[in-house]
Design a protein around this ligand. Structure first.
Ligand code: DI6
Ligand code: FE
Length: 405
C-alpha cells in the first residue's frame, strides 16, 4: 500500500487535541496516509524522525479539513418541480400541493417513467456537484419509487454511484415517504407492503438504514413504528423525518429505537430532545428545506446544544423542498438561520454527519480514520460558513486517492 506524506498544510482536524484547540487546529501540519487510512497527523516539526513515505505532497500551506459528509439527500429521482415552486410563490402551501396529489407524488410518477440510465445520469450530475465542494461521503434515500420494483431500481442507482464515483454512498430505504396512488385510502396496507419489501431489498444488499416520513401529510407514529419493527428485525438502523411541519412525537419514538438520527426538527419538543440525548441520536438540521419552504419556526438549536445532542447539517437535496446542491451553502444557512457557530456548522457536515450515518471511521483528521480530506483556498476554517456562492475547494482526497472533482 502506498504511503504518502501530505505536508505544509494548516489542519482543522476537528479531533479532540490535548490543548483543546478550537477546530482541532494544527497550524503547521502534516498527515501520513497508507492506502485509504490516515496513519499519523500532527505538527510538521513533530514528524517522526526517519519517517519514509513513497510519495511526498506539498500542499502549499492550504487549509485542510476532513472530507465533507452530506448525511441526508434524496438524490435519485426523475423530473423537477419548478411549476410547484411557482404555485407556492402564488400562495399555495407545500401541504396543499401534497394533499392535491402534486408534490412527492408527481416526482414518483416522473421517477417511475424514467429509464435506469436516465435516473443514473441525473443522479450522477448531482453527486458530482456536491463532490466539487469537497464532499466525500453522501447518504442517498429512496422514496420516489414507492413500489418494490421502483424502490429497488432507485437504490441500485445509488449503489452504482458508490461503485463508479470516488465517493462513499450510504443508502437509506425511505419507502414510507408518501402513499403511492395504487394504495389510495389504504395507508396501513401500504405499510404492510413496505414491511414485506424490506427483507427483499436488504437481501439484495441495497440498504444500510431505514427511514420514514412521520408527519400529518405522510405516516403516523403507529405506522412508523411498524416500519421500524421490520427494520429492527433485520438488524438495520433507523432514522426519521420528524417534526418538520408539526410535532407528532416522532423524535421520541425514533429515539426509543436507538435511531441514528432525527432530521428536520423545527417542531421538536423538550421531550423529544431529552429522548434523543439519552439515545445518542444525532439531530440533522436541514436549512435548505427551511429556506425553500419559507418556514419561520426555528429548530431548538440552543436546547439541543445544551442537552448535548450532536448536531449535523445536510442538503436534503430533493426536487420538492430543497433543490440545492451546495453543502457549503447549508453551512452558511445553518449559521445565519439557525445560529450555529461556524465551527458547529463544519462539525455538522463532517464528524456529526458521519455519526448520523453510523460511521465512526471518518469526520476527523486523526490516525486510524479514513483518508478523506479536502484542501481549501482559505485562511481560516470559519470562512467555510462565511462565503456563499463561492467554491474555494482546491483538492480532494477520497480513500487516500486524489480525485478530480
Ligand atoms: N421531507 C422533505 O422535506 C422531503 N421529503 C420529506 O420527507 C420533501 C420531498 C418532496 O417534496 O419531494
Ligand atoms: Fe428529506
Amino acid at each position: 500500500m502506498t504511503t504518502t506524506l501530505w505536508r505544509n498544510a494548516r489542519l482543522a482536524t476537528l479531533a479532540p487535541l490535548p490543548g483543546g484547540e478550537p477546530w482541532g487546529w494544527i497550524g503547521h501540519g502534516a498527515l501520513l496516509t497508507e492506502g485509504d487510512t490516515i496513519r499519523w497527523v500532527g505538527g510538521e516539526a513533530a514528524l517522526p524522525a526517519g519517517l519514509q513515505a513513497e510519495r511526498d505532497v506539498d500542499l502549499g500551506g492550504a487549509l485542510l479539513t476532513p472530507g465533507l459528509v452530506d448525511c441526508h439527500t434524496h438524490l435519485v429521482y426523475g423530473g423537477q418541480r419548478a411549476r410547484e415552486f411557482e404555485l407556492r410563490l402564488q400562495g399555495a402551501s407545500y401541504e396543499q400541493i401534497a394533499r392535491a396529489g402534486g408534490g412527492i407524488r408527481s416526482t414518483v410518477a416522473a421517477t417511475r417513467a424514467a429509464g435506469n440510465e436516465a435516473l443514473y445520469a441525473a443522479a450522477r450530475e448531482r453527486a458530482l456537484a456536491l463532490m466539487r465542494e469537497g464532499v466525500t461521503t453522501i447518504e442517498i434515500k429512496s422514496g420516489y419509487g414507492l413500489s418494490l420494483e421502483h424502490e429497488a431500481r432507485c437504490l441500485r442507482v445509488a449503489r452504482r454511484l458508490g461503485r463508479e464515483l470516488p465517493l462513499t454512498v450510504r443508502t437509506t430505504c425511505l419507502a414510507a415517504h408518501a402513499l403511492p396512488p395504487e394504495f389510495d385510502g389504504q395507508p396501513d396496507a401500504y405499510i404492510d407492503a413496505v414491511c414485506a419489501w424490506l427483507p427483499v431489498l436488504h437481501g439484495e444488499g441495497l440498504i444500510d438504514a431505514v427511514d420514514a416520513f412521520c408527519e400529518a401529510i405522510a405516516f403516523s407514529p403507529a405506522q412508523t413504528r411498524r416500519v421500524f419493527d421490520a427494520a429492527q428485525a433485520l438488524g438495520l438502523p433507523v432514522k426519521l423525518h420528524a417534526e418538520q411541519l408539526s410535532d407528532s412525537g416522532g423524535a421520541a419514538l425514533a429515539a426509543s429505537y436507538g435511531a441514528l438520527s432525527c432530521d428536520h426538527l423545527e417542531w421538536l419538543s423538550a421531550g423529544g430532545i431529552g429522548a434523543m440525548a439519552a439515545a445518542g441520536t444525532v439531530a440533522v438540521l436541514l436549512p435548505g428545506a427551511f429556506y425553500f419552504l419559507r418556514e419561520t419556526r426555528l429548530p431548538p438549536v440552543r436546547t439541543l446544544r445544551d442537552a448535548g445532542v450532536p448536531i449535523a447539517i445536510a442538503s436534503d437535496h430533493n426536487p420538492g423542498s430543497s433543490p440545492g446542491l451546495s453543502l457549503l451553502l447549508m453551512l452558511s444557512m445553518g449559521c445565519t438561520f439557525f445560529r450555529l457557530t461556524p465551527e458547529e456548522a463544519l462539525r455538522g457536515a463532517t464528524i456529526n454527519a458521519a455519526r448520523a450515518l453510523g460511521l465512526t471511521d471518518r469526520g476527523m483528521l486523526q490516525a486510524g480514520q479514513r483518508a478523506d480530506f479536502a484542501a481549501w483556498d482559505l485562511e481560516h476554517p470559519n470562512e467555510l460558513a462565511y462565503w456563499f456562492g463561492r467554491n474555494p475547494c482546491r483538492r480532494v482526497v477520497a480513500g487516500g486517492l486524489e480525485r478530480d472533482a
